[in-house]
Design a protein around this ligand. Structure first.
Ligand code: MG
Length: 379
């Protein structure tokens, strides 16, 4: 499989696993970008020899330039560097593994070059899903999900010739570290408890989103956008074992699911090789040693972030950008131990109440809504 890939966010959890998949599948890198981890970036650049490496942080870019002085690899910086990496002509595919709304503009830049987007940045579709999907259709850019649930749905939709045959999409949720907790018990949980995910090893922000179940709310919105589904045709079911990664229910009541280990390298690889499959590094699932598969209803009362996300999904327009912006700011404050766990949902709710939602937003409307929501959540 000869693909030339630019990886935005190559030093993060998804970025590192993407490079493992690329190495295993014999793919090359055109550009790599990261926030500030110059030491790890140096190792990646030496292994993959991309044309361009970009660091968001200017000091980290300066450090990387010194580290790579003996090579011909160019080092760029800031949003400009990220944009250049996203639109480099050599790449046919861009993996968007940066965290947060910062991924939106580079994703749009790559779309306008008609590149395949292996989408690992859910905030892009949450904040600007309609705009992004319209642009992708206009420029003929394929958007292939990397998120395990959306990849499972994508895989379960292969062979579906008429989307009218789909009755509903069923997103599975592990339930996170606080499954079974009451709202009262959740008031006292600590940062280190919230950072312990039972099944998946991920970055800090998404791990906290998994603990509040906001992650599933964001994925609900992501699924609406990716698959052009109304909210009433998407369900969420708690599945503690993280083996069934999501399902599609068809009009004849057949359910097609994708099963596997909790290994992100499989969805990453499928986003790169689709429509083909190749052997790869993801761990195989041993059915005979699987625990029994269980399914349960989410507790919307104990996890208000999930209800807030579903309500923003129904409102539409900039409501989902407000939800996301407030959540990003609130989670950053929780990670800095400025606010308790229960406050995350309160700040998101306040932003949704105070910032008016605009229907059919432009990119400017979306960025303004994001900023206004952050300002509310920072207070
Ligand atoms: Mg997911």
């Amino acid at each position: 499989m000869s693909r030339c890939v630019s990886v935005l966010g190559s030093t993060g959890s998804i970025g590192r696993q993407s490079l493992e998949v690329m190495a295993a599948c014999g793919m090359t890198a055109a550009a790599l970008t990261a926030n500030r981890d110059a030491a790890r970036m140096e190792g990646q650049v030496r292994a993959f020899r991309p044309k361009l490496a970009a660091m968001m942080d200017p000091a980290a870019a300066a450090d990387l330039r010194l580290r790579l002085a003996d090579t011909s690899v160019r080092v760029a910086e800031g949003m400009e560097g990220l944009m250049e990496a996203a639109s480099l002509p050599e790449a046919d595919t861009v993996i968007t593994a940066v965290m947060g709304i910062v991924g939106l503009r580079p994703t749009l830049a790559a779309i306008r070059q008609g590149k395949r987007i292996a989408l690992a940045n859910k905030e892009t579709l949450v904040c600007a899903g309609e705009l992004v999907m319209e642009e992708a259709a206009r420029w003929g850019a394929e958007i292939i999900p990397v998120d395990s649930e959306h990849s499972a749905i994508f895989q379960s939709l292969q062979g579906c010739r008429d989307r009218g045959e789909v009755k509903r999409l069923i997103l599975t949720a592990s339930g996170g570290p606080f499954f079974g907790y009451t709202r009262e018990q959740l008031v006292h949980v600590t940062l280190s408890q919230a950072l312990k995910h039972p099944n998946w090893s991920m970055g800090a922000k998404i791990t906290i989103d998994s603990a509040t179940l906001m992650n599933k709310g964001l994925e609900f919105i992501e699924a609406m956008r990716l698959y052009h589904m109304p909210p009433e045709k998407i369900s969420i079911v708690i599945h503690r074992e993280s083996i069934v990664h999501s399902l599609v229910e068809y009009c004849d009541n057949a359910m097609i699911a994708q099963l596997g280990t909790a290994d992100m390298r499989l969805p990453i690889q499928y986003a790169l090789t689709w429509p083909e499959r190749t052997a790869g590094p993801a761990r195989a699932l041993d059915l005979l040693s699987c625990p029994p598969l269980t399914f349960a209803q989410p507790d919307y009362g104990a996890f208000p972030c999930l209800s807030l996300a579903l309500s923003a999904a129904r409102t539409g327009g900039t409501a989902t950008a407000i939800l996301n912006g407030a959540n990003e700011a609130a989670v950053a404050r929780f990670l800095a131990e400025e606010i308790p766990f229960g406050r995350i949902a309160e700040l998101v709710e306040r932003a949704l109440e105070q910032v008016p939602a605009v229907p059919s937003p432009t990119l400017e409307d979306i960025l303004a809504a994001d900023e206004a929501a952050r300002a509310v959540a920072m207070k």
